[in-house]
Design a protein around this ligand. Structure first.
Ligand code: S3P
Length: 424
């Protein structure tokens, strides 16, 4: 148990390199393991969640070795072997949901488990479409442990009611190993890393708006270079936007348009944010971002925007406390199904600091601008993004705050505190 103090900041200044994207690192390890041959993954995240994925593929017989601290060599014959133990996904929803799609059509049985948080998260979103594809999965109350029994899969046309990249990726990965074509439609476009990376590895996949078509394919091994995580960059983007006098540069940030909602929100609020250098890395857009402090005004965030910033909403709540007026967040009910109920958690903790914030069934309403007082202890709810959002809130408090169980930041961003200290 590690309690961390976040102190009122003078200003943020300087330039940092944003560490590897978690979503892309999971997918790079998974898809390289499914490909027939040797792939190299450069700048792979070593945070706890992607490490859960890596551990699972080792248990499934894939040869994964470190070439250096952040480069992996993945050698696979394109087939997985039966694991001898339960497959433990730790805290990682991405691992569990995508693995369901990978394992459902394998010629062996397997069992997926996770930590207390993951075992309480809803899995119907993957169990339902996989069952329609001929999979045989058993999970009490649609929660892990998930027992997966070997089956032959066939393609389906599935219309999802939710915009979830994890659910979509699960079905597409099952479709990669199914007879016939699989068509997946979602109500708004969620992050499309699976589609882009599968295409990059020569899968038979096509995208048309919110619809994706995939057919059975063998993946080609590749060199996959993972860009920095915009969801990690978001904590610094918000911090620099609200701490007076700040001026920072964030290097090598992934700029896939399905992830850049945070940039649009800062712009909508009248913030000062600029993309300095654009490039394409292994099929994904990336660039450097400059952020400066500015006076912000409230805005509304809803609809198609939500999947483009779903993981940033806790830190956007902090941002909204410093924007003049009423910020309303709607259509974000899935936030209640994350590592913790993030609507309840962020509203409860920001209120302890003196913010004017109230929850609604599908989001929250913030009235700004508030002076946050500090001198309190806040809870991380064992949730990495809650812990880091509260750290950012601490930077604009009048007095220090203590964040409990801060070690959970290691789930996605072990370098968070040291990089923040570099800018302070
Ligand atoms: C992720 C998708 C999102 C996101 C999660 C990572 C992914 O979840 O919240 O942190 O890598 O596909 P949903 O697909 O459930 O929205």
């Amino acid at each position: 148990m590690k309690n961390v103090i976040s102190r009122p900041a003078y200003k943020l200044n300087g330039s940092i390199i944003i560490p590897s994207d978690k979503s892309l690192s999971h997918r790079a390890i998974m898809f390289a393991s499914l490909a027939n041959g040797k792939s190299i993954i450069k700048n792979c995240s070593n945070a706890n969640d992607p490490m859960s994925t890596l551990r699972l593929f080792k248990m499934l017989g894939v040869n994964i070795e470190y070439v250096d601290a952040q480069t992996l060599s993945v050698s696979s014959g394109g087939v997985l072997s039966k694991p001898h133990h339960f497959l433990d996904c730790g805290n990682s929803g991405t691992t569990m949901r995508l693995m369901c799609g990978i394992l459902a059509g394998q010629p062996f049985n397997s069992v997926l488990i996770g930590d207390d948080s993951l075992m309480s998260r809803p899995m119907k979103r993957v169990i339902e479409p996989l069952t329609m594809m001929g999979a045989n999965l058993s999970a009490v109350d649609n929660r892990a442990p998930i027992h997966i029994f070997s089956s032959k899969l066939h393609g389906i046309s599935y219309e999802s009611k939710i915009a979830s990249a994890q659910a979509k990726s699960c079905v597409l990965l099952a479709g990669l190993n199914a007879d016939g074509e699989t068509i997946y439609t979602e109500p708004s476009l969620s992050r499309n890393h699976t589609e882009l990376m599968l295409k990059y590895m020569n899968a038979d996949i096509e995208c048309n708006g919110n619809k994706t078509f995939i057919r059975c394919s063998v993946l080609e091994p590749k060199v996959l270079n993972v860009v920095g995580d915009i969801s990690s960059a978001a904590f610094f983007i918000v911090a620099a936007s609200i701490v007076p006098g700040s001026d920072i540069i964030l290097q090598n940030v992934g700029l896939n348009p399905t992830r850049t909602g945070i940039i649009d929100v800062i712009q909508k609020m009248g913030g000062d944010i600029e993309i300095l250098d654009r490039k394409t890395v292994s099929g994904e857009l990336a660039g450097d971002i400059r952020v400066r402090y500015s006076q912000l005004k409230a805005c509304s965030i809803e609809g198609d925007m939500i999947p483009r910033l779903i993981d940033e909403l806790p830190v956007i709540a902090v941002l909204a406390t410093q924007a003049e007026g009423r910020t309303v967040i709607k259509n974000a009910e899935d936030l209640r199904n994350k590592e913790t109920d993030r609507i309840h958690a962020i509203v409860t903790e920001l209120r302890k600091l003196g913010a004017n914030i109230a929850d609604t069934s599908d989001g929250f309403i913030v009235n700004g601008k508030s002076l946050l007082k500090g001198a309190v202890e806040v809870e991380s709810y064992n949730d990495h993004r809650l812990a880091m959002s509260l750290y950012v809130a601490g930077l604009i408090c009048q007095k220090d705050i203590v964040i409990k169980n801060f070690e959970w930041v290691n789930i996605s961003f072990p370098e968070f505190e040291s990089l923040m200290q570099k800018l302070l």
